[in-house]
Ligand binder design. Structure first.
Ligand code: PGA
Length: 260
């Protein structure tokens, strides 16, 4: 894993009541001792209406919070959207961009996602750019071409100086919420291609500093084998992030790869 500290993200999606969200957060904070947090970053992505309360709960804990999405615009007449500065105001340090439930589910194009990346970074947020191929694209042998195109178009205009703000999440669409995960070898091979492409777009040293997470049906029983791959720097977790014990086990799996 080179010198990259692993990162585990919990994407709560559109789940949980306010009380359940507070309960989940408290259970996570109880389980995340300083020893774990010294070895593994943890970021939570709660639904927008809960960000303030989760920000209050996590303040000073070492656990960071982020938006599940961000507007491509700085402010103005964009009903229903949330700006990067609003996310910062409620305590977010990062945002997801291009999760497949927005890229594929809502038809967000690479150019819209690129605008989101640039606006978020300009405002001072870290960005987790999600990329991934559909099942059809995988079966027709286009996975790598599709993922690298998403990567290159998503990062247009991002300067080498801003790479410190960037995390990539490789999330094959066919693995999200399906119980079907990529094999550790499949994940490693795509992560390696992503890192090599970042090396070409920027330089190899900078590419080696970027964390590339795997997402898609990561569970306590498959996490360690995936995270043990040299170019896999942790995971973006959906379903299993809603169960505190499962999520904590996944964080421990990431720490185990550092300790081993
Ligand atoms: P999953 O979701 O872990 O439920 O497959 C991953 C994600 O959507 O980020």
């Amino acid at each position: 894993m080179a010198n990259r500290q692993p990162l585990i993200g919990g994407n709560w999606k559109m789940n949980l009541t306010p009380a359940d969200a507070r309960g989940l957060c408290s259970a996570l904070l109880d389980g995340l001792d300083a020893g774990l947090l010294a070895k593994c970053g943890v970021s939570l992505f709660p639904p927008f209406p809960y960000l303030s309360q989760i920000s209050d709960l996590t303040a000073g804990s070492g656990v960071s919070i982020g938006g599940q999405d961000v507007s491509a615009h700085e402010n103005g007449a964009y009903t229903g959207q949330t700006s990067a500065s609003m996310l910062l105001e409620v305590g977010c340090t990062s945002t997801l961009v291009g999760h497949s439930e927005r890229r594929h589910g809502l038809g967000e194009s690479d150019s819209v996602l690129n605008a989101k990346v640039l606006v978020a970074m300009k405002a001072g947020l870290d960005v987790m750019l999600c990329v991934g191929e559909t099942l059809d694209e995988r079966e027709s042998g286009q996975s790598e071409a599709i993922v690298l195109q998403q990567l290159q178009e998503g990062l247009q205009g991002v300067s080498i100086n801003d790479l410190g703000r960037l995390t990539i999440a490789y999330e094959p669409v066919w693995a999200i919420g399906t119980g079907r995960n990529a094999t550790p070898g499949d994940a490693q091979s795509m992560h390696q291609s992503i890192r090599a492409d970042l090396g070409k777009q920027y330089d190899v040293g900078s590419a080696n500093g970027v964390r590339i997470l795997y997402g898609g049906s990561v569970k306590p029983d498959n996490a360690e084998a995936i995270f043990a791959q040299p170019d896999v720097d942790g995971g973006l977790i959906g379903g299993a992030s809603l169960q505190s014990e499962d999520f904590l086990d996944i964080v421990r799996a990431a720490v185990a790869t550092v300790d081993s």
